[in-house]
Design a protein around this ligand. Structure first.
Ligand SMILES: Cc1ncc(COP(=O)(O)O)c(C=O)c1O
Length: 399
């Protein structure tokens, strides 16, 4: 046996041991292959399931106008962008998309990244360094946490949505150059909204910069659908608005919207922007189309909120303990990993697909179903889910 074969075997047995540890803890992840998809219906392992787990809140991922925009763009531009934005990859569609994002978010300017993850790690790393202080909500998304780590700033994590705690952590603010306050707009696994008005006041008071990750608010909240900043009447008061094109927008990509100076600085310093190939033009064109659809079709948002209300009201009637609120993300917490997996399996047997969410995505002991609602769902589908959830809940409580 050659030396390298021996080391591969050693590597694999070490990795297998780690994987077995994950399995034993109920934390091993497994990819499920979707063979076909039509709106909220997916086909997995030969079975037709109704999905209540995607982030396609407005059902735009298969919208005819999105498909047409992407198809036409591929004919004009081909499949790839061929380079980083700063080399050969800065195409007309990218600049048009950024202008559309800025208009949609009511900001001077915007910059697109290849994903929301890339936007967060790039923006935070570019804006904060060793001399700076970052305050970050304990339930912030992993991409924000990773951006904080990358920045090498002093990072203080405050208890979820606890603005009193934020204030406590600011007592030595003057020892730092910049202060960044970072929060999800809609918390991705809990579906509650950040206390943006209080955070904006605190940021003003302490000369801080508020950054809102509105991955799940964009297209869902606000009069024009621009997100939680608009929803809370804070347009002009949140200098760093991050968002994704991958959830309600039904495409892929991330962005930061704000002042011209902010965007110019990010284009110069965000490493995930500089050292990565630009988004493919077909994706860019579908994303731009999504903003057009969101702005011109308030009825889609109204349908989404109708569906959210129907499902939330039904859960209340069944006395199923789901977090209060009005967002399309509805967590039902079961506690252990095994319990959440078992409920998810029972739902699958009954024709519904809602993946179990476990640590490290959520804190230990809070494994859950993360039920998400889309404008694509029909009343009948929602009622059918409620019926099955009610039956499962009864059998869990009687054990
Ligand atoms: C709050 C939040 N921020 C950022 C991201 C990353 O966005 P993307 O999936 O576009 O990379 C996600 C995605 O799960 C998210 O939930």
């Amino acid at each position: 046996m050659s030396g390298s074969a021996v080391s591969v075997t050693t590597m694999d047995s070490s990795l297998d041991e780690e994987l077995e540890g994950l399995s034993a803890a109920g934390r091993r992840r497994r990819l499920r292959r979707i063979d076909k998809k039509e709106g909220s219906i997916v086909w997995i392992d030969g079975r037709r399931l109704i999905s209540f787990g995607s982030n396609d809140y407005l059902g735009l991922s298969q919208h005819a106008r999105m498909i047409a925009a992407a198809s036409l763009s591929i004919l004009d531009w081909g499949s790839g962008s061929t380079g980083s934005r700063l080399t050969t990859g800065n195409l007309c569609p990218h600049e048009e998309l950024e202008a559309a994002i800025a208009a949609f978010k009511h900001t001077q300017s915007a910059v697109a990244f290849t994903s929301g993850y890339a936007a967060n790690v790039g923006a935070i790393q570019a804006l904060a360094g060793e001399e700076d202080l970052i305050l970050s909500d304990s339930l912030n998304h992993a991409s924000l946490i990773d951006g904080c780590r990358l920045s090498r700033a002093t990072v203080r994590v405050y208890s979820h949505n606890d603005t009193g705690h934020v204030r406590d952590l600011l007592n030595d603010r003057s020892n730092f150059r910049r202060l960044l306050m970072i929060t999800d707009g809609v918390f991705s696994m809990d579906g509650d909204l950040a206390r943006l008005p209080d955070l904006a006041d605190l940021a003003d008071e302490c000369d801080g910069w508020l950054m809102v990750d509105d991955a799940h608010g964009t297209g869902v909240y606000g009069e024009s659908g621009s997100g939680t900043v608009e929803h809370f009447g804070l347009l002009g008061r949140v200098p760093i608005q991050m968002g994704t094109l991958s959830k309600a927008c039904g495409s892929v990509g991330g962005f930061v919207a704000g002042s011209r100076s902010l965007v110019e600085l990010l284009k110069n310093k965000a490493r995930s922007f500089i050292y990565s190939t630009a988004l493919p033009p077909a994706v860019v064109e579908s994303a731009r189309m999504s903003l057009e659809i969101i702005a011109s079709s308030p009825s889609l948002r109204a349908r989404l909120h109708h569906n959210v209300k129907r499902l939330r009201t039904g859960l209340n009637i069944l006395a199923i303990d789901a977090a209060a609120g009005d967002s399309p993300i509805i967590p039902v917490i079961y506690g252990s990993e095994m319990a959440a997996i078992s409920i998810s399996k029972q739902l699958e047997e009954a024709g519904f697909w809602i993946p179990a969410i476990r640590p490290p995505t959520v804190p230990p002991g809070t494994s859950r179903l993360r039920i998400t609602v889309s404008a694509d769902h029909t009343d009948d589908q929602i009622d059918a889910l409620l019926k099955v959830l009610g039956e499962i809940d009864k059998s869990v409580s009687s054990k």
